[in-house]
Design a protein around this ligand. Structure first.
Ligand code: NAI
Length: 687
């Protein structure tokens, strides 16, 4: 006997849960693209499926599976309002209590609600390539349908607490070793299922009824406090999981659900969810959606230094053929060695297999002859930050490449209009500003010139997304979105150092906010000479905005150009241990203040933070007013992905809204009074 029914989502055409009963079992298939999220329609469909399964006699088990991937989570778009009925915990309790036992047959990614569904089933079998995880903490949440209480009953308290708190997925093999799976297969799921059911093992005790052994979580708590960097959800997830050892399942689950719902309204979760949605929309500009991106196979990179090697490695990882061009064969060898070091590092750390490393090596070549770029679909130059050198490279590329191929500059500050001016096929030139290290950092600023075509932009966005990057469109200005805001940040930091704050206190205050490092530590890491050259350029062009503090220039002149400089000194002394405070710098700063008769003020950590944030938010608003950025979320993505601004604080624009614009206005007034004439006020800060 075969019966079939389906639950419609929006109309009779759309099936989200399909039930087929035949040969003594029920096959319940979830089909809710793209990731089979547990939306209300799926929850309803599962309830209907349960009813049918239990109404049919003569079936031994119900199999729950899904299309492209097993369920990869809850439906985040439902998280902003009250959850519609039926609620997931009730659906899962009913599946667990079902008279007919359920078998979860899994592949793809089993995340969040998907794992909770699997845990409510009597048995779990999975393809060897499946990943299992509880990523809720990445959105400032904890699981809300029993995972923190069922998982410890299956894999033990410590492992469950770790999975709930760190949000990282584990492989099927690991999850099997933990005791989370009854069987792992490779190949056809239905034959694996048939083998598993022949004969069907005795039904195990329901997960929720199993005992939990207590465990000492002290070390894990310390680890999570450190890795959470101010985000609340990881520790809440850990502590909620720990309740499983002391509370009955029903009580623990009730607390978990309430905590999950409360966290949906928290500022941190709102911030993280906003960034999650924004990173999807910002990377797919609406006006480019109708355009078909040109295929990219062959990528040429000119300049095999720090950035060029990183971009080459990212392109190889995405499966492209890559040609690296340098000034001469010796420099080409050096560039190739940098690329090889990245591949070897990925291999040594287990990030890639031997086969993958070999494939990347085979797809790579380096040399000094531009003819090798003649059939490239895109070229990216990452040579010295010198307009003449860059123009020469662009014109050589334009000569050998097809007029439909893209030519991009990775410049940090120069105007791509100027670099490409007068060259043939002007619509194909643009800026693609990667961040260092380019094989790791996800942000790419995409900079159109005044004549870049939308077709070029569409291809560039698709190319960047294909590298697993987050492309953000930016207009042309000094430093584009990110570095222009960074300049304002540094200026205000320097003004406070000039007026009484120690650079070390400024760094500590910004770390206190959650930044990975303060502005002076960052300069020591990246080298003081880059911003020095940039300041000189702005001073020469007469574009430096307002008060100028030249303490960093003096450090550069003294040879203190950062951690990697021969002196191994910058704002800090790195000769003995990295990052030691240096009395020599403190004396230099004190002398500077005496010489300039600067007013000595004491700044608390909170004052340092809000004054720096006022400078950042003012610049960000100017950027919006000038149309350089398309939205406030684009700015927040640039700063969270490119500069380490804590994601749980949502980015500078979200932070300012949460802090309150009144307080931000007061802080902006304070920085204006501190350095008169140095700040052009954005509309939100004008009287
Ligand atoms: P780098 O000095 O490490 O590398 C530059 C490379 O270009 C050198 O290997 C040099 O031999 C090569 N080169 C110079 N002239 C050439 C020519 N005519 N033909 C072929 N190769 C040539 O510099 P880095 O740091 O990689 O920067 C490169 C570009 O990327 C610059 O425009 C910089 O502003 C930009 N950038 C740098 C970032 C950073 O953090 N270092 C971040 C984002 C952008």
């Amino acid at each position: 006997m075969t019966t079939r029914s389906a639950t419609p989502e929006t109309g009779p055409e759309t099936r989200v849960v399909d039930v087929v009963i035949e040969n003594g079992h029920a096959l319940v298939t979830i089909d809710n693209p793209p990731v089979n999220a547990l939306s209300v329609s799926v929850r309803r469909g599962l309830m209907d499926a349960l009813e049918q399964v239990n109404a049919a006699n003569c079936i031994s088990a119900a199999i729950v599976c899904a299309g492209r991937t097993f369920v990869a989570g809850g439906d985040i778009s439902e998280f902003s309002g009250p959850p519609p009925l039926p609620h997931l915990p009730d659906v899962l309790d009913a599946i667990e209590a079902s008279q007919t036992p359920f078998i979860a047959v899994m592949h793809g990614t089993v995340l969040g609600g998907g794992l909770e569904l699997a845990l409510a089933c009597a048995w779990r079998i999975a393809d060897a390539k499946t990943g299992f995880g509880l990523p809720e903490v990445n959105l400032g949440l904890i699981p809300g349908a029993g995972a923190t209480q069922r998982l410890p009953r299956v894999i033990g308290l410590e492992r469950a607490a770790r999975m709930a708190a760190n949000g990282k997925p584990v492989s099927a093999r690991t999850f099997e070793e933990f005791g989370g799976l009854d069987h792992v297969f490779s190949g056809d799921p239905m034959s694996a299922l048939a083998a598993f059911r022949d004969p069907l093992p005795a039904r195990p005790v329901n997960t929720s009824e199993r005992p939990v052994t207590d465990a000492d979580l002290t070390a894990l708590k310390a680890e999570i406090t450190k890795s959470a960097k101010g985000s609340d959800a990881p520790m809440i997830a850990l502590e909620t999981t720990a309740l499983a050892a002391t509370l009955p399942f029903a009580e623990g689950s009730r607390i978990e659900r309430r905590t999950h719902l409360d966290l949906r309204d928290s500022a941190q979760s709102r911030a993280l969810r906003r960034l999650f949605f924004a990173s999807r929309s910002v990377t797919r500009p609406a006006r480019l959606k109708a355009l078909e991106p040109a295929p990219i196979n062959h990528v040429a990179i000119v300049g095999g230094g720090l950035m060029g090697a990183g971009i080459a490695a990212a392109s190889l990882a995405a499966g492209h053929r890559v040609t690296l061009l340098e000034r001469d064969s010796q420099s080409a060898e050096a560039g190739a060695a940098r690329v090889e070091a990245i591949i070897a590092g990925d291999l040594a750390s287990g990030r890639i297999s031997d086969d993958k490393a070999q494939a990347r090596r085979a797809a790579f070549s380096a040399g000094a002859d531009y003819a090798a770029a003649s059939d490239a679909d895109i070229a990216i130059e990452a040579v010295f930050e010198d307009p003449e050198v860059k123009r020469a490279v662009f014109s050589q590329l334009a000569e050998v490449m097809s007029e439909t191929a893209l030519i991009a500059t990775n410049t940090s500050y120069l105007d791509p209009n100027m670099i490409s001016e007068g060259m043939p096929g002007p619509g194909r030139f643009l800026g693609l500003h990667f961040f260092s290290p380019a094989n790791i950092m996800k942000l790419v600023e995409v900079v159109g010139t005044s004549v870049t075509t939308d077709q070029t932009m569409a291809t560039a966005f698709a190319f960047a997304r294909g590298l697993a990057k987050i492309p953000v469109e930016t207009g042309v200005c000094d430093g584009f979105i990110g570095n222009r805001i960074l300049s304002a940040y540094r200026r205000q930091a320097d003004y406070m150092v000039a007026d009484g704050a120690s650079p070390y206190d400024v760094d500590a205050a910004m770390r206190g906010l959650g930044m990975p490092m303060g502005p002076y530590e960052l300069q020591d890491l990246t080298g003081l000479q880059i911003s020095w050259a940039n300041r000189k350029r702005q001073l020469a062009a007469g574009t430096w905005p307002g008060r100028y503090v030249d303490i960093a220039d003096t450090l550069c002149e003294m040879g203190r150009q950062g951690r990697g400089s021969p002196a191994k000194k910058g704002w800090y002394n790195h000769t003995e241990v990295a990052g030691a405070r240096d009395p020599e710098v403190e004396a230099l700063v004190a002398d500077w203040r005496d010489e300039h008769g600067s007013a000595r003020q004491a700044f608390t950590a909170d004052e340092i933070v809000i004054r720096i944030m006022a400078a950042i938010v003012n610049e960000a608003n100017l950027i919006l007013e000038e149309g350089i950025a398309t939205s406030d979320t684009a700015i927040d993505i640039v700063w969270t992905e490119g500069y380490g601004f804590p994601k749980h604080l949502g980015g500078p624009m979200f932070w300012a809204e949460e802090t309150g614009m009144e307080r931000m206005r007061a802080a902006f007034a304070a920085i204006e009074a501190q350095s008169p004439g140095s700040w052009k006020a954005a509309g939100v800060f004008r009287d």
